[in-house]
Structures are given as structure tokens and as C-alpha cells.
Design a protein around this ligand. Structure first.
Ligand SMILES: Cc1ncc(COP(=O)(O)O)c(C=O)c1O
Length: 373
């Protein structure tokens, strides 16, 4: 089945008792038992599992082609549950431009968990090989990366990491399973901040891990989630499931628009560089063409006039909404270093865009007037 069909039909059924076509939202925190104390269903308590979350996990596993999925209260909670499942003494390799929240987490929490971290240019051939150590248990990849839109060769990196005996995690938030399927390229776990494109409407927070295989890693991470408690609420699970149904069409339209906008920005004299993997000038373009079916809704670009000019361009837009986050129906713009705050390593002249569902001509016109104001 094609991904568009999977997005609509995964975990879909008509409720036999009511005939309802939309999935039920079960808010119950607890679930009954019979006279002998045997649970009446697979569920006993909401932190362990609940029927709405089950539907979302089934759909997510189908979309990424994994055997199982676990959903969490945020993308941060999802990714860090994998780190928390590692034995103390483990070494983790992360991209040097990993999403800044994980960089801060590695700095502030890994030492207390007994984990070592190396940040390396994993988008470069040989970057991973230099960072691997005998104790490397986890190789963390992010492609396209946030906010530089770097592309990492997922198949080559996964093969090298596996040879070293490490688990391979791919943060595929920018791509979504519509555009990229890391498990087919060798990933053991795919990470999504479902707060972004999967939710799709800027109204729900969540995270997900899709596991290539059931087994020890899945059960260790499930234990982290159940006991440390970073679960998704039933309503948030329901909202993400609802978002998934239109994900394929949104991802395709947003990718088409983003390509047109990136090309227009690249031709503008006030812009010194555009980071968009769909442009032939992007250093990762050929790799992106191999591992993605389209290039996604995210663009970043450098403003020729530097930091102040970048802030002024963001301030001058009328149609773009000035806010962080991504993957919604409304286009967003931000001066990335300002959004990330004191721990930012984003270049000072960098503007990040999340392209929504408006017409690309209107978005280009807005950017041009802001750059020329
Ligand atoms: C690539 C990427 N991964 C993970 C996250 C974290 O997701 P959340 O904010 O839901 O914790 C983000 C958030 O922006 C992100 O951009």
C-alpha cells in the first residue's frame, strides 16, 4: 500500500458498537477487572497504556514500517527515553548541529545518567567513523537537521554504526514518514516530534519512537516511559492521530511550495545562502534525492546584511507568523538564534522558515517585501 493510503487507513476501523467512523477518544485513566482481578482488556492504568494511544502507535508503526511504536508527551521525552534506557558508561555520538534541546540535554543530564557524548559532523563522509569509540552504544542522526538543513547519508551511517555495535536512532521530524523512511535505510529507531508535521496544526505536543523490531530495546524504553511517566495524554494521542490522516497531502504541498520559495530566495541579492536540500546547490542534494521522496517544509537562509538585517527581515513580514516550531498549516518565520536563546549555536544571520499551506506566490511576495523594506 502507498503511504497516502496507509496514512488514512492505518489503525482505522468502524466502531462495531456505534457505527462511528471517527476513532473514539477514551479519557479513562483506569480500566476494570473481573471478580478474579483479571483485567477486562489489555489496559489497566493510563500511564501504562490506553486504547487511544494504542491506535496512534499502530498507525505510526505502519507509517514508518516498524514493528512497534511508543508515543510520549513531547519529542524531547521520546528521544531522551532512548538515552535513559542505555546502561551507565555508554557513549553516544550525536550530530554537531543536533536539535538544540538534545544538545542541552546531553550537556546537562547525560553526565548524571553516566553517559558520555561526542558531537561530530555526521553529515560528512568519515565524520561518524572518527567519533565512534569502543563503548559507543547509540548513534543519533538527524536529517534534515534543525536549523541548518544538513543532510546525512542514513544508509551509510547506519551501516557504519551497526558494524560498531551501536543502536541507530534517526530524528526524522523534518521529513515525516511521507518523505523519508529511515527503517528501510537501516535505522533501529525513528524519532518524531509529533508536535510538528504529524500533529500538523500547531495545537498538540507529542513525541514518538518507531522501532524496526520488537525486542529488548523496545521493552527497555517502554519501562522508562511507564516508570518515569513521560506519556502522551489520550487527547494528545487523538489529535496526532487526526493529524496523520492528512499528513501525506500536507507534506507534498508544503514541499512543493518550499522548493519554489527556496529558489526565489536563492535568486534574491539580500540573501547570501539558502539551506534547502531540494536545491541542486545544496551539498546534500544528491543524498537527499536518494533517501527522500520530496524535501520538506523547512528552509533556512542567511541574510547578506548579517544579524541586524536578518532580525529586520523577520520583523518586516506580514503574512508569515513570527513564532518558533514547524509543520503547521500556517507559515512561520523566526530569527533562529533569538528563538534558541543563550545556548544557541545558530549563525547570527540565519532565518528559519516553516512553510504552511498558503499559496507560495503570496509567501514569496511577503519575503521579498520584507527583505527590501
Ligand atoms: C528536529 C526536532 N526534534 C525534536 C524536537 C523536540 O520536540 P518537542 O518540542 O515536541 O519536545 C524538535 C522541536 O522543535 C525538533 O525540531
Amino acid at each position: 500500500m502507498r503511504i497516502e493510503t496507509v496514512a488514512v487507513h492505518a489503525a482505522f476501523s468502524v466502531d462495531p458498537s456505534t457505527g462511528a467512523v471517527a476513532p473514539p477518544l477514551h479519557l479513562s485513566t483506569t480500566f476494570g477487572r473481573d471478580e478474579a482481578g483479571i483485567p477486562l482488556s489489555p489496559h489497566t492504568y493510563v500511564r501504562e497504556s490506553n486504547p487511544t494511544q494504542d491506535l496512534l502507535e499502530e498507525a505510526l508503526a505502519a507509517l514508518d514500517g516498524g514493528e512497534a511504536a511508543l508515543v510520549f508527551g513531547s519529542g524531547m521525552a521520546a528521544g531522551l527515553a532512548v538515552a535513559q534506557a542505555l546502561p551507565p558508561g555508554s557513549h553516544v555520538v550525536l550530530p554537531e548541529d543536533v536539535y538544540y534541546g538534545y544538545r542541552v540535554a546531553a550537556r546537562d543530564f547525560f553526565p548524571a545518567w553516566g553517559l558520555g557524548a561526542t558531537f561530530a559532523p555526521l553529515h560528512r563522509p568519515g565524520g561518524l567513523a572518527e567519533a565512534l569509540r569502543p563503548g559507543t552504544r547509540l548513534v543519533w542522526l538527524e536529517s534534515p537537521s534543525n536549523p541548518l538543513l544538513r543532510i546525512t547519508d542514513l544508509a551509510a551511517s547506519a551501516a557504519a554504526a551497526k558494524e560498531a555495535g551501536a543502536i541507530v536512532l534517526v530524528d526524522s521530524t523534518f521529513a515525516t514518514p511521507v518523505l523519508q523512511r529511515p527503517i528501510e535505510l537501516g535505522a533501529d529507531v525513528v524519532l518524531h516530534a509529533t508536535t510538528k508535521g504529524m500533529g500538523g496544526h500547531s495545537d498538540v505536543q507529542g513525541g514518538a519512537l518507531v522501532f524496526a523490531r520488537k525486542g529488548e530495546l523496545l521493552e527497555k524504553v517502554r519501562h522508562v516511559r511507564t516508570i518515569l511517566g513521560a506519556v502522551s495524554s489520550p487527547f494528545n494521542s487523538w489529535l496526532v492521530l487526526r493529524g496523520l490522516r492528512t499528513l501525506a497531502v500536507r507534506a507534498r504541498v508544503q514541499s512543493e511550495s518550499a522548493l519554489a520559495i527556496a529558489a526565489a530566495l536563492a535568486a534574491h541579492p539580500a540573501v547570501s545562502r539558502v539551506n534547502y536540500p531540494g536545491l541542486a546547490s545544496h551539498p546534500g542534494h544528491e543524498t537527499a534525492r536518494r533517501q527522500m521522496s520530496a524535501f520538506g517544509s523547512m528552509i533556512s537562509f542567511h541574510v547578506a546584511g548579517g544579524r541586524e538585517a536578518a532580525i529586520a527581515a523577520v520583523g518586516g513580514t506580514r503574512l508569515f507568523t513570527r513564532a518558533t516550531s514547524l509543520g503547521g498549516v500556517e507559515s512561520l518565520i523566526e530569527h533562529r538564534a533569538t528563538s534558541e536563546g543563550k545556548d544557541s549555536t545558530a549563525p547570527p544571520d540565519l532565518v528559519r522558515l516553516s512553510i504552511g499551506l498558503e499559496h507560495p506566490d503570496d509567501l514569496v511576495a511577503d519575503l521579498v517585501q520584507a527583505l527590501e523594506a
